[in-house]
Design a protein. Sequence first.
Length: 161
Amino acid sequence: MIGWLRRRVIAPLLSLLTHGVSPQRLALCVSIGVVVGNIPILGVSTAICALIALTCRLNLPAIQLVQALMAPTQLLLIIPFVRFGEWIFHAPRQPLSIEAALAVVAKGVGEAVVVLWDSIVHAGVAWLLVAPFAIFILYRILVPVFRHAAERIDRRAAPLA
């Protein structure tokens, strides 16, 4: 698993540092990819990441790679975002479970949206409140990490004198 992660995720991201992507831009791509990849509304993260990447001239493959990796955590965070949204709106707690939500989605997207509309709105608003802070914190953590990685790559690539 670690070998796969290095080969398929870490190495492609770090290789961007050798192709002119700055540590700051890469940190922004990864931060946005992580946060948007965890949006509690299924089926919209790919389009949102593409729109952000194209609008802000960020590296599209990097942001899409990271957001796609967030699928497991996206599912895990739906209920906490719904609960946070219910708390924000002082709404009564809806009986929710991942199994029940997936059963509703299996009946069709249209029916799922109708049945889960309040929960979708609650979760979406909660995510909108958390997202800017999460992006900022991740960015602040990742810039030094990618800056250090870029320095190590530069040292390895420098010819011996």
